[in-house]
Design a protein around this ligand. Structure first.
Ligand SMILES: [Zn+2]
Length: 491
């Protein structure tokens, strides 16, 4: 057994390879996978994952002082091991440089198929971890870095409602055809992004499907459904949608049979059409919602079963009873359902997705007695006004999945708080000033001409810079003037 000392964790900032790493040529993991491991339970899971379900040799690590990154190369020829070359701290991020190159073959030995893996100890801070590889062909020349994953996006998690947008889980999908070039890893990441950008829901008749975890108080599923139905009435019925409501107020999830049943329900949808073996989903992704519910976490987010036919939007609500009570809960589900609607159309930027979901949640929430729209907007404005070191604007928050960590740490402020105001600003610049018109007519325009041209036409601005400048100057106005702008909007 290894016991990680504090000294080892703190010795890792020197720009050298991590002192402790494990790895080998065969993990049995067929797909590229980069994962951050932050507690003993997760470590046990990934250890079993790479050791044919065995916990033999499981190291003991002090997770109060350090973290671990798992990197699996996937099925390849002659990759003997994934190795960490260097660990560094640059501008509020930890940079982990890894190598998963083919080793040169010893003459006479036949090529060998491998599923190489590596597990590396990294420091606690900086929180964001950029995992990169050198893709230059010339090993003696200048390195050419490519980021293959950004991990530890805790800064992106929404505090109220605990939402993770984008829900990038740093698995790059299918492994490429037999090749070990690192640019193929990032090509997979690019392909994955490309698929995420495309629309995947549509207008249809079929209502959402609901799964409610065992014994969870009906009050919460009722509140979630109320919000979703209000949004469906307003935006039209889009989907297909599978809703998972998983929660524990007492010990509702203590029965392992229930936890497995939840995993089965989830994986049947989420893993449909995917290359990932069902058992992997059942033992890992399928257990995640339940584990979070048991751990007392609060999360609401949209994810997607992208390989399912048809692709299915999945709305996940974990511990809904901790999301502001029955009076506010429906606004969380309005927010999530707005994403289902938005994803029926071509790409729109992160600030517009989150801002639009947030603003509609406030607006419809007020119409149905769940909060006061302008009070909530005022709260967002005050939050923004209070931040002192925010050097970015919504124009830097067009795609969270590819944002630099320095920008990504402002996800909440830029995408949600400022985003909601930016959407309200856009509506105020439209001829009708009508909120319902924005959702119903602007999005079809995005399909026709792309979001930038659509936004310019809709707001009667010359170009996107004028829009961004207009919004920045609104943000400088006294709060009372900004609130007066909200007062000019119609339903
Ligand atoms: Zn959202």
């Amino acid at each position: 057994m290894f016991i990680m000392s504090i000294a080892i964790a703190s010795a890792l900032f020197q720009g050298t390879a991590p002192t402790v790493q494990w790895g080998g040529a065969n993990s049995g993991v067929n797909q590229t996978r980069i994962q951050l491991v932050t507690d003993a339970e997760m470590l046990k899971e990934v250890w079993q994952f790479t050791h044919g379900d065995s916990i033999a040799g499981l190291p003991q690590i002090n997770f109060d002082r350090c973290r671990v990154v798992l990197a699996c190369r996937g099925r390849e020829m002659n990759v003997q091991r994934v190795t960490a070359m260097e660990i560094d701290q640059v501008q509020q991020e930890t940079i982990l440089t890894i190598d998963a190159e083919q080793s040169s073959r010893v003459d006479g030995n036949p090529p060998e198929e491998t599923t190489a893996w590596g597990l590396f100890i990294i420091p606690m801070m900086p929180e964001l971890v950029r995992v990169r590889v050198d893709v230059s062909q010339d090993r003696d020349g200048e390195p050419q870095w490519e980021t293959i994953a950004i991990l530890g996006h805790d800064a992106n998690q929404r505090q109220r409602g605990g939402e993770q947008a984008g829900r990038q889980d740093s698995r790059f999908g299918e492994p490429g055809p037999r090749s070990s070039s690192h640019s193929e890893i990032s090509q997979e990441f690019e392909d994955h992004l490309e698929r995420m950008r495309r629309p995947f829901t549509k207008k249809l008749a079929q209502p959402p499907h609901y799964f409610i975890s065992h014994g969870y108080d009906e009050r919460w599923s009722r509140a979630i459904k109320l919000g979703i139905d209000v949004a469906r009435d307003y935006l039209g019925n889009h989907g297909p949608v599978q809703v998972y409501i998983v929660g524990q107020e007492d010990d509702e999830l203590s029965d392992p049979a229930h936890r497995d049943a939840i995993a089965e329900t989830f994986c049947k949808v989420h893993n449909a059409g995917s290359d990932q073996p069902m058992e992997d989903c059942l033992s890992r992704d399928g257990q995640e919602m339940t584990q979070k519910a048991i751990d007392g976490e609060t999360e609401a987010f949209m994810t997607m079963a992208m390989d399912a036919d048809p692709p299915t939007a999945e709305l996940v609500f974990i511990n809904a009873h901790t999301m502001g009570g029955e009076e506010m809960m429906p606004t969380r589900s309005i927010h999530e359902y707005t994403h289902v609607y938005q994803k029926s159309f071509e790409f729109t930027p992160t600030w517009m997705m989150e801002g639009g979901a947030e603003f509609l949640a406030c607006h419809l929430g007020e119409q149905h007695g769940w909060g006061d729209r302008d009070q909530t907007m005022e709260w967002y404005a005050r939050q923004l006004d209070q931040v002192e070191d925010l050097e970015y604007t919504i124009s830097d928050m067009e795609e969270i999945e590819t944002a630099m960590p320095d920008v990504a740490r402002w996800h909440r402020e830029l995408a949600y708080d400022a985003g909601a105001w930016a959407v309200a600003f856009a509506i105020s610049k439209s001829p009708s000033r009508s909120i319902s018109q924005y959702y119903r007519s602007f999005y079809p325009m995005v399909d026709e001409m792309g979001w930038q041209a659509a936004l310019c036409q809709y707001t009667r601005m010359d170009n996107i810079d004028s829009f961004y400048e207009g919004f920045e100057s609104l943000s400088q106005q006294p709060l009372a003037d900004r609130l007066a702008m909200l007062g000019t909007l119609k339903d």
